[in-house]
Design a protein around this ligand. Sequence first.
Ligand SMILES: NC(=O)c1ccc[n+]([C@@H]2O[C@H](COP(=O)([O-])OP(=O)(O)OC[C@H]3O[C@@H](n4cnc5c(N)ncnc54)[C@H](O)[C@@H]3O)[C@@H](O)[C@H]2O)c1
Ligand SMILES: C[N+](C)(C)CC=O
Length: 486
Amino acid sequence: MTRPDAQPRASHFVDGAYLEDGAGTPIPVRYPATGETVATVHAATRAVIDRALDSATLAQADWAATDPSERGRILRRAADLIRARNRELSELETLDTGKPLQETLVADAASGADALEYFGGLAVDQTGTSMSFGADWAYTIRRPLGVCAGIGAWNYPTQIACWKAAPALATGNAMVFKPSEATPLCALKLAEILVEAGLPAGLFNVVQGMGEVGAALSTDPRVAKVTLTGSVPTGRKVHAAAAERMKHVTMELGGKSPFIVFPDADLDDAVSAAINANFYSSGQVCSNGTRVFLHGDIAQDFTDRLIARTRNARIGDPLDEATDFGPMTTEAQMQTVLRHLDTARAEGATVALGGHRIDRPGWWIEPTVLTGLTDDMTCVREEIFGPVLSILTFEDEDEVIARANATEFGLSAGLFTRDLARAHRVVARLQAGTCWINQYNLTPAGLPFGGSKASGIGRENARAAMDHFTEIQSVYVGMTPVEAAY
Ligand SMILES: NC(=O)c1ccc[n+]([C@@H]2O[C@H](COP(=O)([O-])OP(=O)(O)OC[C@H]3O[C@@H](n4cnc5c(N)ncnc54)[C@H](O)[C@@H]3O)[C@@H](O)[C@H]2O)c1
Ligand SMILES: C[N+](C)(C)CC=O
C-alpha cells in the first residue's frame, strides 16, 4: 500500500501556527508495523514551553469572555472538518500507532469529532444555581480555570487530545497539550483543524517531548489544571507535582479490569466482547477486560469458541483495511509484553494460544490466551497493555465479586448474563468507574468515563467533564441594610 507522508510541517503548534526549534532533542517517529522512521520531531525547549504557556494565558482571557454559543460553533465546525478528513487523519493515526486502519477509521478521529460536537453543543448550557436567604439571595456561576495542561498516552492520540481539548475549550479555558513522545503527529493535525474552524490563536497549543516536558507543564504556575492520560506510576508523579501548587487534576490511568461471564450468558456475544476487550488495538486499551472470569459450567465451551475465533484474526499491513490485528505501538511495549509472557510461563501459566513475538519486521505479538491461572500470578495482577487475555474460573456470585474487586485498579468492569436482576446487583458491588452489561468498551461522548481507586481521579466526557474544567464562584447578594455591633 502507498504510505502517506507523515512528516509534520514543524514539531510544535503554538499561537496559531507551526513552530520549530531544532535545539530540542530529536524524537524519531517509527511506524510500528515495520520499525522504519517515518518522521522526526524535536522535544520542546524551555523557550517553546514558555511561548506556548504565555500565548495560552493571553488568549484565554478573551476566550473566557467570548459568547459560549460562538465557542460551541467553532468546536462543532472542527468536528465537521475532522469527519470530512477522517481518512487522512486515520491513516496518520495508523502510521503513528500501528493500529489497523479498520479501527482508526471508526474509533479514533471519529470519536474525537463526537466529543467536539457534544461539547460544542453543551457550551451554551453551563448552568449555575440560585437560592434565597430571607430577603437576601445568592447565585453560583461556573468559571473556567485558565490554562490547562493536557498530557497524552500513545494508544488513542487523536481521541485523547479531543477528549481533553473539547470540554476545556467549551468552558472557556486554553490548553497546552503534550502528546506521547511515541505518537506526536495527530495532535498537530487537531491544532491545525481547530484554527481552520475559527479557534483564536493560542487556545490550543501542542508541544512535543518526553516526560520532562510533561513535568515542566505540571509544575508551572501558569497552569491551573493538569489532565493526564497515562499509567498509574506517571499519574502518581503528576498528581504529586500538581498538588505542590494546588492545581486541579484529572487522572485517566491504567487498569486490570474484570470481565465476568455467568452461566446463563449469550456465549457468542460474550466471546465477541472478550475478543474486542482484549485484542482490539492489540490489547493497548486502558479499560480492557483482561481478567476474564468464566463460570465453571461454561468455561471450557467459552475457551474453545474464543480460541477458534481468535485464530481467524487477520494479521497484516495495518494500512490494508482487511487487516484486523496490528503491532504493538512501541518496541519498548513489545518487550514489556514479552517479559510478562516469560513471567507467566515461569509462574506456571498455560499458554493456550499465541504467546510469542510474530516473525515480521516491527513490533508484533500474537493474540495470546493464558489458562491455568490463579489470582496471585503476576499476569493476573499487573496491567500488561498488550494482546494477552487471562482466563480464570469461578463458582458463585459473591466469590467472583470479591475476586474482581481484589485489585488496586478500578477503571472498568463488564459482565454477561441474561438475568438483569443479577446484572444490576453485581454492578452495584463492583469497584469500577465504568461497567458494561452485555457489552464492552463502548464509550460514547455522553457517558462519563474514568477510574476508581488507583485508576484515576475525575471523569472525561459528559457533563462531568464540564464540571472538571470549571470551578464554582458563589455570589451572595445583600438586599437589606448591613448591621454592625458597633
Ligand atoms: N484511563 C484512560 O482513559 C487511559 C486511556 C489510555 C491509556 N491509559 C493508560 O496509559 C498507559 C499507557 O500509556 P503510556 O505508556 O503512554 O503512559 P505513560 O504513563 O508512560 O505516559 C503518559 C504520558 O505522560 C508523560 N509523562 C511521563 N512521565 C511524566 C512526568 N513525570 N510528568 C509529566 N508527564 C509525564 C509521557 O511523556 C506521556 O505523554 C496505560 O497504563 C494505560 O492504561 C489510560
Ligand atoms: C478511553 N478508551 C477506553 C476509549 C481508550 C482507552 O485506552
